[in-house]
Write a protein that binds this ligand. Structure first.
Ligand SMILES: [Fe+2]
Length: 254
């Protein structure tokens, strides 16, 4: 039971059922790979349906799904992403699911991204034109401050996907502080708190929460097999830490 629900039960002991739900109070899931056959996420619409049904059951009202976009692996155009999105919207309507879906992207900061930034072909989300981006796994990008600045000067708000997963920041938290200082927002992965990526990532995820550095929580789910791992979060003490963040997820509901 979350802290919020605990107090609700004390104050309104008769209103148990709704307050007792272990659900996604943040209401909007930002970051997932639920457009079939476009990246390393779900392969079929059946898989998409399983994932969306569970998210709806957990209280998610809106999904902003974010396929990978990168020159080397997934050179997905905005047009292709929006075409796939239309198919999933039809799926939601056919099955009368109680949620909506939008699409953005998880951009790798490569030269493909820079071309699209110049040409205005990126898909932002939210009123502040948020852009979700990731960086390489092997070493810290040399020019990240410059990239963040360029994103901002083109009228977008940069959001770094799963900062807790980059090993090179595990021993360089000052670099994360610097990113915050220059206006880069952070999106934490839900499954980082459930041990999916190992104990170091879990520890870093908790550090980000303790610093109140988490602007968005996102599932980053790729397939139905992720759901069991995700369910562990509701039973953990991290729900309390999440409630203490100033999460922006719900501002994306409109
Ligand atoms: Fe992702």
């Amino acid at each position: 039971m979350t802290t919020k629900n605990f107090w609700q039960r004390l104050i309104h002991p008769g209103e148990a059922s709704e307050a007792d739900r272990e659900d996604c109070f943040w209401k909007v899931d930002l970051h997932s790979h639920l457009l079939p056959n476009i990246d390393d996420g779900v392969a079929t619409l059946d898989e998409t349906l399983i994932c969306l049904k569970q998210l709806a059951d957990w209280g998610i009202k809106k999904v902003i799904t974010t396929p990978h976009v990168s020159r080397d692996w997934y050179p997905n155009s905005a047009a292709l992403i929006l075409e796939k999105l239309a198919t999933v919207r039809d799926l939601i309507a056919e099955n009368q699911l109680p949620l909506t879906i939008d699409a953005a992207a998880e951009y790798m900061l490569d030269d493909f991204f820079m071309d699209m930034l110049r040409e205005g072909e990126l898909i932002p989300f939210g009123e502040r034109r948020f852009l979700l981006f990731e960086t390489g796994w092997s070493q810290a990008p040399m020019n990240l401050s410059d990239m963040v600045f360029r994103i901002q000067t083109h009228g977008y708000t940069p959001v770094l996907a799963h900062p807790e997963r980059y090993k090179y920041y595990h021993t360089d938290r000052a670099a994360l502080q610097h990113l915050r200082d220059i206006g880069c927002l952070f999106q934490l992965n839900w499954m980082s708190l459930s041990g999916r990526y190992g104990s170091h990532v879990e520890k870093q995820a908790r550090f980000l929460l303790q610093q109140r550095w988490v602007d968005f929580i996102g599932s980053d789910m790729h397939r139905p097999g992720d759901l069991d791992t995700m369910a562990r979060l509701f039973k953990s003490g991290d729900m309390k830490l999440l409630e203490e963040q100033t999460l922006l997820n719900e501002t994306l509901l409109g």
